[in-house]
Design a binder for this molecule. Structure first.
Ligand SMILES: NC(=O)c1ccc[n+]([C@@H]2O[C@H](COP(=O)([O-])OP(=O)(O)OC[C@H]3O[C@@H](n4cnc5c(N)ncnc54)[C@H](O)[C@@H]3O)[C@@H](O)[C@H]2O)c1
Length: 182
């Protein structure tokens, strides 16, 4: 498979990219803006692998993302790029709204445009994975209110609200971590 991973220079994204390159035969294109949270040194061990490519870009830049999709022709997108630090979201929510909501929307629009160019069976097989967070369920108060897949969303910070928003748009009434594109 060819997998486009966003946010692949981050904490979890870089572990995912390393895992896919080191333990599968899949090809990876890592699209990352390289904010303060991105660190290419995390990818040194796989950076020269012929199945790995890095593109520095912002997910909100729909034209660039669309061009990358048309060239790389992925079978799946794994969307991890985000502003992810809760305390930073309380100090200044703007970047969280831009990347986690507007950026995710822009990425979804680019993905839909690409998906519409696919013929069957590639179209049905295509997947868009949006990586969420347990924080969309709000706060735990003890052992009696553990989260389940049917727990209603109750985000309690600008970060968790910005992560909940795209899922509510595209899968109203449910809380998937994986959704079929568009
Ligand atoms: N770290 C956790 O404990 C945790 C827990 C649950 C869910 N998550 C989710 O997992 C995903 C990855 O988390 P992480 O800890 O690796 O995050 P991180 O903050 O370490 O990395 C985020 C990456 O996204 C990139 N990025 C930010 N804005 C971008 C943009 N506009 N365009 C392109 N790239 C951009 C950054 O450069 C960085 O490399 C996030 O979606 C996060 O919400 C994280």
């Amino acid at each position: 498979m060819r997998i486009l991973i966003t946010g692949g220079a981050g904490f979890i994204g870089s572990a995912l990219v390393r895992h896919v390159i080191q333990h599968t035969e899949h090809e990876v294109l890592n699209l990352d803006k390289l904010t303060y949270a991105g660190n290419l040194e995390s990818l040194t061990s796989i950076a020269s692998n012929s199945r790995y490519e890095f593109v520095q870009a912002d997910i909100i830049d729909q034209a660039t993302v669309s061009a990358v999709l048309a060239r790389f022709e992925p079978q799946a997108i794994m969307h991890l790029a985000a502003e992810s630090h809760v305390d930073r979201s309380i100090d200044g929510p703007s970047d969280f709204i831009q990347t986690n909501i507007v950026g995710t929307y822009s990425l979804l629009e680019a993905a839909r445009g690409y998906w519409q160019t696919l013929a069957e069976p590639q179209r049905s097989a295509f997947r868009f994975h949006h990586v969420s967070t347990d924080e969309v369920y709000g706060d735990l108060h003890g052992m009696d209110d553990l989260f389940t897949e049917t727990t209603p969303y109750a985000p309690s910070s600008p970060y968790s609200a910005s992560k909940a928003r795209p899922i509510i748009w595209f899968a109203p009434g449910s809380a998937p971590t994986v959704c079929r594109c568009c």
